[in-house]
Write a protein that binds this ligand. Structure first.
Ligand code: CP
Length: 307
């Protein structure tokens, strides 16, 4: 199949075939990062802008590395050092950037729908690198890639998502992506952090972490977002760590070859213990490594799409 979409805004937009196309394309790009000379000319002459209104380590760096490995020119803009601080609107910023003829603009914003505004306004391809609590599609795609790489398949797996489902764009994107496959999804967390849409989607909810992880193939931990005031949804961080922090003992109930995922950044000792984060089941750094290949695939498909 050929890629036809101008933008990558949300997983909800994608068909299963489109998800599989991204994963297959990423497989072919992964090997480039293992070469001595980590560069191919595929996107020579293309210009990629990252426009980040929120902090990021993994997403921004891996998009920049992905673009550079494909020989695109990259420009990074942080809101804090842009004319946003002088009051420029998102639309005006987008139109001004487009005047300089970029091919792709990658945006992270605290406002859900911010990438959609740019996509409607601009001719450049827009990639959502996280919009508020709405979606983080490229994270879900790299998570699926990692699951497929480690398990050899996605269908037939029990995947447990634990933490603040309510406010997590990573959880939303992963749930919409995993729903396209024949997976058993279980969400686990305090009742205040489980949104009503979960049960409407027919996804199981379990409030006890021991029961949730039983026979799990994949355990996906979510970050408590202290910077967004999410700790007001729980009595205390200490209690949350006791009830929902993943410890090695929990994994004895999971499948023997369970993998533990976390999108990062981690709150060690809160949602995940050191022994799990750094332990034998953790694929957290593999997720980061795979983020480069998946983002190379996305840049390649969007810029080479059929008009
Ligand atoms: N997973 C993720 O989005 O990490 P960053 O916030 O560091 O980009």
């Amino acid at each position: 199949m050929n890629w036809t979409k101008k933008d990558l805004l949300e997983i909800k937009d994608l068909t299963k075939d489109e998800i599989l196309l991204i994963l297959e394309t990423a497989e072919s790009f992964k090997e480039i990062s293992l070469r001595e000379i980590k560069k191919v000319p595929t996107l020579r002459g293309k210009t990629v802008i990252t426009l980040f209104y929120e902090p990021s380590t993994r997403t921004r760096t891996s998009f920049e590395i992905a673009a550079k490995r494909l020989s695109a020119d990259t420009i990074n803009i942080s809101a804090s050092t842009s004319s946003f601080v002088k009051g420029e609107t998102l639309k005006d910023t987008g139109k001004n950037l487009e005047s300089m003829k970029p091919d792709v603009i990658i945006i992270r914003h605290s406002m859900p729908g911010a990438p959609h505004i740019l996509a409607r306004t601009l001719k450049s391809s827009i990639i959502n690198a996280g919009d508020g609590a709405h979606e983080h599609p490229t994270q879900a795609l790299l998570d699926l890639f990692t699951i497929k790489e480690k398990k050899g398949k996605i269908d037939g797996l029990k995947i447990v998502i634990i933490g603040d489902i309510m406010h997590s764009r990573v959880a939303r994107s992963n749930i919409f992506a995993l729903k396209q496959f024949d997976t058993e999804i279980v969400c686990c967390g305090p009742a205040t952090m489980i949104p009503p849409y979960i049960e409407k989607l027919g996804i199981a909810v379990e409030y006890n972490i021991n029961r949730a992880v039983k026979d799990a193939d994949v355990v996906m931990m979510l970050r408590i977002q202290k910077e967004r005031g999410r700790i007001s949804y729980i009595p205390s961080i200490r209690e949350y760590a006791i009830l929902y922090g993943l410890k090695k003992a929990h994994l004895e109930k999971a499948k023997k070859d369970v993998i533990v995922m976390h999108p990062g950044p981690m709150n060690r000792g809160v949602e995940i213990s050191d022994e799990v984060a750094d332990g034998e089941y953790s694929v957290i750094l593999d997720q980061v490594e795979n983020g480069v290949a998946v983002r190379m695939a996305i840049l390649y498909l969007l810029t080479g799409r059929e008009q």
